[in-house]
Design a protein around this ligand. Structure first.
Ligand SMILES: Nc1ncnc2c1ncn2[C@@H]1O[C@H](COP(=O)(O)OP(=O)(O)OP(=O)(O)O)[C@@H](O)[C@H]1O
Ligand SMILES: [Mg+2]
Length: 450
């Protein structure tokens, strides 16, 4: 029995809006607000009062339970999604909780994802996501598709608006709305209807040919292309022109638009977008493996870059004037380059900490009790007494600005080559002697008779 009709007495309509009134309830679900509008209906944020969780309720007009002649369509259409998606349980697929029908309106109840779709990240004028983020997102979608394909479910409508990103940036594929279950009746039904979104369709999809897992992967390739360039590979003045381009135009050279792209990534995209199914990735797993390899290489390149940046910060310090790049690299791998926000203590009076510090960037204040006794700048070092004898710190050093400091501990330094150690200790001793002579000079000035 229908509990509430969608346009029932509880429905509220925004003044001046041409949207239909927002229902207060759909089935047992309390409706909290409208979150989106798609081709077949509305998506609402709802609340399940029994399970006590937020949900997304997607309504779809077009099929009516009341009209007997439509019953077959219901089975093969809207509820195909319910059946297909209900079979799927995966961290990168939006879970389907429930499906129902009331007052001539069908609805699906899904996991509510408190995020945005991939659409904003694909927009032409959006800031492009870093390469490793794109690779990670597509990798996770490939895993989701590999899983759904292994259950015999094709998506058929992969596009940015059907991929949600959680606030942590984790993608979740949704709307297996025109999905195909291994059911010949459904295949026929889908063949008769134009399905999918034209810009993301594979050559076989625009020809209404049988789709394969590689067809979903092609559409995912279009999404990836768009994430990287802000454009889909093909356009056209009309649908026919677009379809002709998808079938016959050469795959545009992505490197012309993204010269920073590693060759292996442009090769992967070309393979995703190949015209012939057999030239493409055949499974999400195969695609995922290649993406993972590229992801790891990008991360390694990042690491190398940050190592190079760290080395460059040390290279600019007088302390390292006589060190080769390799020796600085050795010191770096046996020490820690740490960042301190303003106000954060680097060493504390009274602590025992056998490390020596060198300020690579920023400035710090030295205090004994509450008294400010000195300021340290880029290139200055401190903590040598603790480094040599592991005694208690006699003062507190606090970052005055954002500080980048090299923290060298004597135990870690034992791991570098003898040559490098000797060089380090030589400069360290010279620095120590210089600082001691400065302190002596200050002391004699203070004690000298006026
Ligand atoms: N489970 C969900 N959680 C949170 N928001 C969602 C959820 N499902 C959909 N939305 C929001 O609703 C919007 C509309 O979704 P919908 O699937 O109806 O439209 P579409 O994908 O643009 O078109 P189509 O009808 O072709 O699928 C999405 O863009 C998204 O912002
Ligand atoms: Mg959708």
């Amino acid at each position: 029995m229908v509990e509430h009709t969608l346009a029932g007495p509880h429905a509220a309509q925004k003044p001046g809006s041409d949207e239909p009134p927002m229902p207060q309830k759909i089935g047992k679900y309390e409706i909290l607000g409208l979150i989106g509008k798609g081709s077949c209906g509305f998506v609402y944020k709802g609340y399940d009062p029994y399970v006590r969780r937020d949900v997304a309720v997607k309504t779809c007009r077009g099929f009516s339970l009341d009209a007997a002649q439509d019953e077959e369509s219901i089975k093969r259409g809207f509820f195909t999604e319910a059946r297909a998606a209900g079979m799927l349980s995966h961290p990168h697929i939006v879970s389907l909780y429930d499906a129902g029908s009331e007052a001539g309106m069908n609805y699906l109840v899904m996991e509510f994802v408190d995020g945005d779709t991939l659409m904003p990240a694909c927009a032409r004028n959006a800031a492009r996501l870093p390469l490793d983020r794109v690779v990670d997102i597509i990798f996770k979608c490939a895993k989701a598709l590999d899983y759904s394909h292994s259950k015999g479910v094709l998506h058929r409508d992969i596009k940015p608006s059907n991929i949600m990103l959680t606030p942590d940036g984790v993608p979740k594929v949704m709307d297996f709305s025109v999905a195909e279950v291994n059911d010949p009746a459904v295949v026929e039904d889908v063949k008769r209807n134009a399905v999918g979104s034209p810009l993301y369709m594979s050559p076989e999809q625009v020809q209404r040919m049988k789709l394969e897992p590689a067809s979903d992967l092609y559409s995912l390739g279009v999404v990836m292309y768009q994430l990287l360039t802000g454009e889909t590979p093909y356009g056209g003045s009309d649908l026919l022109q677009l379809f002709a381009n998808i079938r016959f135009a050469p795959v545009p050279d992505i490197e012309a638009k993204r010269p920073d792209l590693p060759r292996e990534l442009s090769t992967l995209i070309n393979r995703l977008l190949a015209k012939r199914v057999e030239q493409r990735y055949q499974s999400g797993r195969e695609l995922g493996n290649d993406l993972l390899r590229i992801f790891e290489r990008l991360k390694q390149a990042d690491l190398n870059l940050s190592r190079r940046e760290s080395r460059d910060s040390l290279r600019s310090l007088r302390f390292f004037d006589s060190f080769s790049d390799e020796q600085i690299g050795e010191i770096l791998s046996a020490s820690h380059l740490l960042t301190y926000a303003p106000g954060v203590p680097i060493v504390r009076e009274g602590d025992i900490d056998g490390a020596f510090y060198l300020i690579a960037r920023g400035s710090a204040e030295v205090r004994k009790g509450n008294a400010l006794i000195g300021t340290l700048l880029k290139g200055d070092c401190f903590g040598e007494i603790g480094f040599l004898s592991s005694t208690r710190r006699i003062a507190t050093v606090t970052a005055a600005t954002q500080v980048l400091a090299l923290r060298v501990s004597s135990t870690l330094l034992d791991q570098v080559s003898t040559d490098c150690q000797l060089r380090f200790y030589k400069i360290f001793t010279q620095t120590l002697i210089y600082r001691l002579s400065l302190s002596n000079a200050k002391l004699s000035a203070a004690t000298a008779p006026v």
